[in-house]
Design a protein around this ligand. Structure first.
Ligand SMILES: [Mg+2]
Length: 323
C-alpha cells in the first residue's frame, strides 16, 4: 500500500521506476539500519502505573514479562499487587498459559510474593470450556499436547482424552510446547494428521496459547506453542496446500475470547491492558477496542514499536513500580 501511494504520486514511467527503486533501496537500507523507521515518532506517550490506576476502572495485566518471569517476580510487582489488593482495585491477570490451571498459576505467583486471588486469573486454557460448549464439542475425542494441567483443562471442557496418536481423534489441542518428548510426539502428530486427512477426516486444530516466543528470565528466551503450531501447519500445507480449515483456532491474546471473559468477570469495559508483547497483548487490546500500555521488558525490543507500524499502544510504561 505504501509503495502504491508513492508510485501514484508521480506520473510517467521513468518517475515510477525511480520511485520504485527508491522504495526498495530505502527498505533494504532500513532492514540493516532501521534509519527510516527511526524518523517515525511513536504516538504512544509515557505514563506511570499510578496514573493508569487512577484513570481506569479495570486493569488487565499480562503475566510473564509484566508481573513475573520464569523464576520470580518482575521488579516492583510485589509492591504493586499489594497496593491493588489494599485499594480493592479491580484487576485481572490475562495469561496465554494453557499449561497451568489457574490455581497452579496462583501458587506460582504466591511463591514469587504476589498474592493474587484465583478468580482474578484468566488463562487461555480456561477458555477451552466455553469454546467446547459454544461449538457443541463436549464428548469429542482429543489428543493433547502439554503437561498434566493441560489435560485437566481439556477434561474440564468435556473432551475425552485419547492417549495415543495411533488412534483417530476429533480435536488436536496444542496447549503447550512442554510435557512430552518433543520430536517423537510432533512426528506422531503429523503422521496421525496425514493418516486421518488422507481418509477424509479433518480433525479440529485448537491452540489456546498462540504465543510464539516467551522470555524465560534474565537474557533467555524460548519457543512457545505458537511456534509448534506453525511447524504443524507448515507440514499440512506441504501435503495438502493452504486451507483455512487446517489452521489452528486460537483462543488467547491477541484473539478476543480472553478479553470477553475479562469483561464478563469485571462487568466493565473501562479497562487498560498492560503487556510486554506487541503482537499479543497490544494487538489484542487494539482488536478488542480497549486501550493499552506497553512495557518493553520482554521479547519486543523498543525498536519493535518503530517496525510494527500497524499496531501502536496507547501508552508506554517504563516500569510497573509504584513511585
Ligand atoms: Mg508476556
Amino acid at each position: 500500500m505504501e509503495m502504491f501511494n508513492i508510485m501514484s504520486a508521480e506520473n510517467g514511467s521513468a518517475g515510477r521506476v525511480r520511485l520504485f527503486l527508491k522504495y526498495f533501496n530505502t527498505r533494504r537500507q532500513n532492514s540493516h539500519t532501521g534509519k527510516l523507521f527511526k524518523m517515525r515518532t511513536p504516538e504512544a506517550h509515557e505514563i506511570t502505573i499510578g496514573e493508569l490506576m487512577d484513570r481506569y476502572t479495570v486493569i488487565l495485566f499480562d503475566a510473564y514479562g509484566v508481573l513475573v518471569h520464569a523464576h520470580g517476580a518482575m521488579p516492583g510487582a510485589a509492591t504493586l499487587v499489594a497496593a491493588l489488593n489494599r485499594q480493592r482495585k479491580s484487576y485481572y491477570v490475562l495469561t496465554n498459559d494453557a499449561a497451568r490451571l489457574p490455581q497452579t498459576a496462583v501458587d506460582f505467583y504466591r511463591s514469587c510474593g504476589l498474592e493474587i486471588e484465583v478468580d482474578r486469573v484468566i488463562t487461555a486454557g480456561s477458555l477451552l470450556r466455553p469454546f467446547f460448549r459454544s461449538r457443541e464439542l463436549v464428548g469429542c475425542s482429543c489428543f493433547v499436547l502439554g503437561p498434566r494441567d493441560s489435560y485437566r483443562y481439556v477434561e474440564q471442557a468435556g473432551g475425552t482424552i485419547v492417549g495415543t496418536a495411533d488412534r483417530d481423534f476429533d480435536i488436536l489441542v496444542l496447549a503447550d510446547e512442554r510435557g512430552f518428548p518433543f520430536l517423537d510426539t510432533i512426528d506422531e502428530v503429523i503422521t496421525a494428521l496425514y493418516r486421518m486427512i488422507d481418509k477424509g477426516r479433518d480433525p479440529l486444530l485448537l491452540l489456546p496459547n498462540p504465543d510464539d516466543v516467551y522470555p524465560k528470565g534474565g537474557a533467555s528466551f524460548g519457543i512457545a506453542a505458537g511456534s509448534v503450531a506453525v511447524m504443524i501447519e507448515s507440514a499440512l500445507q506441504r501435503r495438502y496446500g493452504h486451507s483455512d480449515n487446517r489452521s489452528f483456532i486460537c483462543l488467547g491474546k491477541p484473539h478476543t475470547p480472553i478479553f470477553e471473559e475479562a469483561v464478563l468477570r469485571s462487568g466493565s469495559r473501562d479497562m487498560i491492558m498492560i503487556g510486554d508483547q506487541i503482537e499479543t497483548d497490544i494487538a489484542g487490546a487494539v482488536r478488542f477496542g480497549i486501550e493499552s500500555a506497553w512495557l518493553p521488558s520482554g521479547v519486543n525490543h523498543r525498536r519493535t514499536l518503530y517496525l510494527t507500524s500497524s499496531v501502536q499502544p496507547t501508552y508506554v510504561l517504563s516500569s510497573i513500580a509504584i513511585t
